[in-house]
Design a protein around this ligand. Structure first.
Ligand code: 0WE
Length: 256
């Protein structure tokens, strides 16, 4: 069953094999999509090249710092040349300066606030604008969010505010791009042990809390994000846009 046969996609946010973006890329690839990847910075380049090569030696790989308009322009110009069109886009990119995730939110500097929102939220708008002209057959754009967007998760701080902006941006983009049959949704994932989660103090405690309190009494596995990413990319989700879909073992429904 090739749910995405003939579909062309681009994936922003693979850093290594544990990345959520990689889990979703694998699901898209297995379903028959042809994918391009971008990487942030030379440190990550080799990782992405190695992973992407498992999909074939000719996989398109491009550098992209999502805070740079000229790099975004070049990415979509190259995709236009090599693919001609586009159906799928995954945004799995976030960053806040480390000190902003350690102290109290009230102490967030103007610069940390700006960076978190530029990298983690505005970039979705910029990428959607770049991709839309190529999505001539309609498309599916997916961002990654987290529960800290709607409730206070201690230390998530300015990232929670940036994810709230990402989720609201998802709704406004869904409205604007709906007439072009482009759907825009977010997956709100429970905690996953990725590079972005490493070094976050209390992360292993957080995994224990989800195990204890979520209705399913466990943590999610990255393949489950892949499956939801595949669903949202597929025609099965043809009438779903502007939504935040929770892939969190049910944690979000709990009041206590
Ligand atoms: O969105 C995230 C993390 C994103 C992230 C991670 C880092 C670590 C390194 C953004 N910026 C940075 N900056 C760095 O310097 N998550 C959903 C994972 C996460 O991060 C937390 C969490 C959870 C969960 C931070 C504090 C509390 C909980």
């Amino acid at each position: 069953m090739s749910l995405l046969a003939g579909k062309l996609g681009i994936v922003f946010g693979v850093a290594n094999k544990r990345s959520i973006a990689w889990a979703i890329a694998q699901a898209w690839h297995k379903a028959g999509a042809r994918l391009a990847f971008t990487y942030q910075g030379e440190r990550i380049r080799e990782n992405v090249e190695e992973l992407a090569a498992t999909f074939g030696a000719d996989t398109l790989i491009l550098p992209c710092d999502v805070t740079k308009d000229d790099q975004i322009d070049l990415v979509f110009k190259t995709v236009a040349e090599k693919f001609g069109k586009l159906h799928l886009l995954l945004h799995s990119v976030a960053f806040a300066p480390k000190d902003a995730l350690e102290g109290e939110f009230v102490n967030t500097s103007r610069e940390a606030f700006r960076i978190a929102h530029d990298v983690s939220a505005y970039s979705l708008v910029a990428l959607a604008r770049g991709a839309a002209p190529l999505m001539t057959e309609g498309g599916s754009i997916i961002g990654m969010s987290y529960y800290g967007a709607e409730k206070v998760v201690p230390h998530y701080n300015v990232m929670g505010v940036a994810k709230a902006s990402l989720e609201a941006s998802t709704r406004y983009l869904a409205y604007d791009l709906g007439q072009q049959k482009i759907r825009v949704n977010c997956i709100s994932a429970g905690p996953v042990n990725t590079l972005a989660a490493r070094g976050i103090s209390g992360f292993s405690e957080m995994l224990k809390v989800y195990e204890a309190r979520s209705p399913l009494k466990r943590n999610l596995v990255p393949e489950e994000l892949g499956a939801t990413g595949l669903f949202l990319a597929s025609d099965g989700a043809a009438a779903i846009t502007g939504q935040v879909i929770y892939v969190d073992c049910g944690y979000q429904i709990m009041g206590m």
